[in-house]
Write a protein that binds this ligand. Structure first.
Ligand code: MOS
Length: 726
């Protein structure tokens, strides 16, 4: 019943075209869209359970030290209070993978301000919240907390690149730049806060939660609870945004589970917006040094990108700032390195496009300064530096439409490739300028399974634990099955976000569509094969279209072939050797026009064009929306988004959406997205690459370059707030 497809060599057959439905790629509206906009899609906190208790987390009001004791009696006589849960599992600090420490009796170590230390459970939410505010506890605060990455101990990440002699290349260069940049921490700022409802029936733990990667989350939760995976079920059919913040089981999931198992009643834990900001992982701030050396033609001879990032002590994740610098441009003398400073801020982890989101804007701003020094148009400079093969590994690229994106984007935007001098264009008190940047985001895939059932009535059912975090998974998986099985997308029912279904890597790292889509494809191929064998036809000769099977000049309705029976197959897609044989990445280019106010330094993005090569487009509308969303993130990270920490006690100061400024409608102009035609048979069996995060990989650099072109302010610190622009 399970069909395995191991992807060991590029597959450039037009794998999905032999069915000729023309459904793949169509800009079909999401099937669940109406449910969402009418409030009928049920999110994690919204399930109604009888006897459900409410839990509110209590968090540490200091950044480093220990909680010695918690005085449950201080709240136990308050109205509705059931229990104060002080289980040490609640205090696990990791949000990306579990890093539970062995519990010590009555002592809870605190590593960052806002770390959960207890859960107050009451009959109603208001009672729990009130009691949580009054809970007394005794703690010892250490005086040696460190908040400044520059002052902290740091270590070098493994995997640094040292190739040739960069210092020498810098000396010999006809044009070179040696620049320092900084970026501030970012929050995922998903609309739906982290929330869970846990139920324990004495045997199985069932948790409705808001999570991106159930297949990993079930292992993490089972580990934390000391249960076998088979005794845990996770459900996340709808997720109100993740952006990395829901990659791992968050503290609400563990807290609700501990409480439900202890109290024998369902327990709901919803984080407040402030708790989401203070407790859930952040994107590290960075400081970066870019060294670029070029010959007289603007060809790079040296490429240096070094970064300092931070995390808590003992956390493994380091913002992979240089990820696309490894391969985007050439230059035989290379230094790429990341240092991690150990500081007492909440866990640093993956926030949308980890690495590229902050590494590429700095690189692309440095390329703009190099273009100016070399006297070469910045689009042309980039075109001249696209390498033949991976500059340090020598592997070929699986596909790459960088040049096409730069050229098509420039044409659509109306890029003026003449001499670029700042302060050439004015409208009233506004300076107008334009800028360009490349986009790149490594392509990832993961092993995935999906069950597809061709029902006796000719409709289909797709089931997997894959999530839809607002990305369009329901839409595209239905399209792939519809295409393969010869039916309209509306005849395919897609069930997601439940660990009882076959599992895959979930939504993260922009791998969801290519991975789970390939699993659905493999299952459908197996179904088509079975139909072919029922007909005694060769599979490649069989076409399924509009409910009719055609082969060897004959036709027959599929329902007739099924004869009252359903066919169910599990597709099992496994990335194979192609992963190592090719450097796979999605590429693109951004063009931005800004207006900078001469008196206030306010920057408004007036228009933006993005051109992207993402392999096969599975749904033109949802792919475009992903790109648009990424470009909105570019505006935020270029101009406003910044986590601000108190230098004295280390608490996060701007912990809500009023103070942490994501772009609003008024900040976002009309934006053009061009999807460049591309198929990549090495990237995935369905020839698709990642798209979700690409749209924010570099675009903040285009905005920075446009600010310079507008008003002559060469800034090196993101976000470029008015005080910095002036
Ligand atoms: Mo993404 S930051 O891997 O959800």
């Amino acid at each position: 019943m399970t069909a395995l497809f191991k992807h060991d060599k590029p597959d450039n057959r037009n794998v999905l075209d032999h069915t000729a439905q023309g459904i793949i790629g169509q800009p079909l509206t999401r099937p669940e869209g109406i449910l969402k906009v009418t409030g009928n899609a049920t999110y994690a906190a919204e399930y109604a359970f009888d006897e459900c208790l409410e839990g509110v987390l209590v968090t540490a009001p200091f950044a480093k030290g220990q909680v010695n004791s918690i005085d449950e009696k201080s709240v136990s006589s308050m109205p509705g209070v059931i229990k104060v849960i002080t289980d040490k599992r609640l205090t696990a600090r990791a949000a990306q993978g579990t890093a539970n420490e062995a519990p010590k009796q009555n002592v809870c170590e605190v590593h960052y301000w806002g770390q959960p230390i207890a859960l107050v459970v009451a009959e109603t939410f208001e009672q729990a919240r009130d009691a949580a505010k009054h809970l007394k506890f005794d703690y010892t605060e250490d005086t040696d907390a460190i908040f400044d990455p520059e002052a902290a101990d740091s270590e070098t990440e493994d995997g640094a690149t040292q190739q040739g002699d960069l210092a020498h290349a810098m000396k010999q260069a006809d044009a070179s730049v040696d620049l320092h940049y900084s970026t501030e921490g970012h929050a995922s700022a998903a609309m739906e806060p982290h929330a869970s409802i846990a139920q324990w029936d004495g045997d199985t733990l069932t948790v409705h939660a808001s999570l991106q990667m159930l297949n990993y989350n079930i292992t993490e939760l089972a580990d934390a609870m000391g249960l076998k995976e088979g005794k845990v079920r996770l459900l996340s059919p709808f997720v109100g945004g993740g952006f990395g913040s829901k990659l791992g089981v968050s503290q609400d999931v563990v807290a609700a589970s501990v409480a439900a198992m202890e109290l024998g009643r369902p327990v709901r834990v919803v984080m407040s917006r402030q708790q989401v900001f203070q407790t859930i992982m952040r994107r590290s701030e960075t400081t970066q040094r870019l060294r670029l050396a070029a010959d007289a033609d603007g060809k790079l001879t040296g490429f240096g990108h070094e970064a300092l990032v931070s995390n808590l002590p003992n956390e493994e994740f380091a913002e992979p700032v240089t990820q696309s610098s490894e391969f985007l441009y050439g230059g035989e003398n290379r230094v790429l390195q990341i240092e991690v400073a150990r500081i007492n801020r909440m866990t640093a982890g993956s926030v949308r496009a980890p690495g590229e989101a902050v590494g590429m804007p700095a690189l692309e701003a440095a390329m703009d300064e190099l273009a100016e020094k070399a006297g070469i148009d910045p689009v042309e400079l980039r075109l001249r530096n696209i390498p033949e093969v991976h500059p340090s590994e020598g592997t070929p690229f699986s596909s790459r439409k960088l040049a096409e994106c730069l050229k098509e984007g420039a044409a659509k935007f109306g890029w003026d490739s003449g001499p670029r001098t700042p302060r050439m264009q004015r409208e009233g008190e506004w300076w107008i300028g334009t800028g360009v940047a490349s986009a790149a985001r490594v392509h990832n895939v993961g092993e995935a399974k999906a069950r597809v059932t061709l029902q006796a009535d000719g409709t289909a059912l797709v089931q997997t634990d894959m999530t839809d975090i607002g990305t369009g998974t329901y839409a595209i998986l239905g399209q792939i099955a519809g295409e393969m099985l010869g039916m309209s997308r509306d005849d395919v029912l897609v069930e997601l976000g439940d660990t009882k279904h076959p599992r895959g890597p979930g939504s993260g790292g922009s791998w969801g569509a290519a991975s789970s889509g390939s699993a659905v494809f493999v299952a459908c191929e197996a179904i088509a094969e079975e139909i072919a064998s029922l007909l005694g036809a060769a599979k490649d000769d069989l076409t399924l279209k509009d409910g009719i099977a055609s082969w060897g000049g004959q036709t027959r309705p599929v329902t007739e072939i099924l004869d009252g029976k359903a066919i169910t197959k599990i597709g099992h897609y496994e990335p194979g050797d192609t992963e190592d044989d090719y450097a796979a990445s999605s590429y693109g280019a951004f063009f931005a026009e800004v207006a900078v106010n001469q008196w206030t330094g306010e920057t408004r993005v007036r228009r933006m064009t993005g051109a992207f090569g993402i392999g096969r487009v599975l749904n033109e509308k949802t792919a475009r929306s992903q790109c648009l969303g990424g470009m909105v993130w570019c505006i935020g990270s270029a101009l406003t988004e910044s986590l601000l920490f108190d230098p004295v006690d280390g608490h996060l100061v701007n912990c809500d959406l009023a103070e942490y400024h994501v772009p609003v409608h008024r900040d976002v102009p009309d934006m053009d997205v061009i999807l460049v035609e591309e198929r990549d048979g090495a990237a995935s069996p369905i020839q698709a690459k990642g798209v979700g995060e690409l749209g924010m990989c570099g675009g903040a650099g285009a905005i920075a370059n446009a600010i310079y072109n507008a008003c002559g302010a060469r800034l090196h610190d993101f976000p470029m707030t008015p005080d910095r622009v002036l």
